[in-house]
Design a protein around this ligand. Structure first.
Ligand SMILES: [Mg+2]
Length: 301
């Protein structure tokens, strides 16, 4: 594991607690198989220590619910590539006003309407999930038909593929910008939305958790893990930003130091790199170390 600017190598104070924001595809999940087995040791530790794990992904609410069930998590999640925040009914963290956090998000139908008034020479080069059949979405994502149907249930964003030139993509972005829409580049897809993005929603969620910690007299340390350019700002803003290398990892080579002077680069792609860096981070927290086992005194006779 490569550590830039080793500022956090000194352990955190005893009052420090961790919160983890993690991307999914290519980060916690294998880019090809979507498996997370290699991350299980670290995941189990975080669950045992009651560390919030905020999934941050291009996935929809229905997809995230399914994955959270598989992972045994019930925390808020940043969905649709930072277009909105989903708060499970049974989550155990601080009070989070879901409506307030999502107040600036534009609905899916409106995004599609904006796309459809673009000039044909721009519009034809973009294939959104709404332009594809469920079968075609299954083919481009490599997931089952059932999962592809879940991926098409959008609330606040439209992912898709750009088939035109690089220059054309820039013109497309400018055209959408006039409607207040932003185009973000993920590992696999472009995502169009009006929302502030993963980074801004992370800040809002951290603020909610910090409020809770004020009462508990704790210091909240934010760890963020990602593998693609749309994770960049999140890593830059975290206390510990972790670059997970991968198929497109080269694009993240220039992320060296964040605002806090800390970026780590995992040795392995996907869940193996996730496991390595999360376990390394936990070692920096005195409160998460196993208490020394008390040796029972021998009875005196
Ligand atoms: Mg990713």
């Amino acid at each position: 594991m490569t550590r830039f600017a080793m500022k956090t190598d000194a352990p955190f104070p005893v009052s420090a607690r961790l919160i983890v924001f993690t991307n999914l595809d290519g980060t916690l999940l294998d880019h090809k198989t979507y498996a997370f087995d290699a991350a299980l040791p670290a995941l189990q530790k975080l669950r045992d220590l009651d560390v919030p794990i905020i999934l941050t992904s291009s996935k929809t609410v229905t997809e995230i619910k399914k994955l959270q069930a598989d992972l045994g998590l019930s925390f808020p999640a940043i969905v649709e590539n930072g277009a909105g925040v989903f708060v499970p009914d049974d989550h155990s963290g601080p009070e989070i006003d879901q409506a307030a956090i999502n107040s600036c998000a534009r609905g899916y139908k409106l995004i599609r309407a904006h796309l459809d008034v673009l000039e044909p020479e721009l519009r034809t080069y973009f294939r959104g999930f709404g332009d594809l059949t469920t079968l075609q979405v299954a083919q481009v994502t490599g997931v089952s038909l059932k999962d592809a149907a879940l991926a098409r249930q959008r609330r606040w964003s439209e992912p898709g593929i750009w088939l035109g030139t690089k220059e054309g993509l820039e013109t497309f972005k400018v055209a959408l910008c006039q409607f207040g829409l932003v185009v973000a580049q993920g590992g696999r897809f472009l995502t169009i939305s009006s929302a502030p993005g993963r980074h801004e929603l992370m800040k809002r969620l951290v603020a909610c958790y910090k409020k809770q910690d004020v009462n508990r007299d704790e210091t909240l340390v934010v760890m963020a893990l990602g593998n693609a350019p749309n994770d960049r700002e999140m890593l830059q803003d975290a206390d510990i930003g972790v670059v997970i290398p991968g198929a497109r990892g080269g694009e993240m080579n220039d992320v060296e130091v964040n605002a806090n002077g800390v970026i780590w680069r995992a040795d392995h792609a996907g869940p193996a790199g996730w496991n390595q860096t999360v376990l390394a981070a936990l070692e920096l927290f005195p409160s998460y170390q196993k208490p020394l086992r008390r040796v029972p005194r021998m009875p005196r006779y």
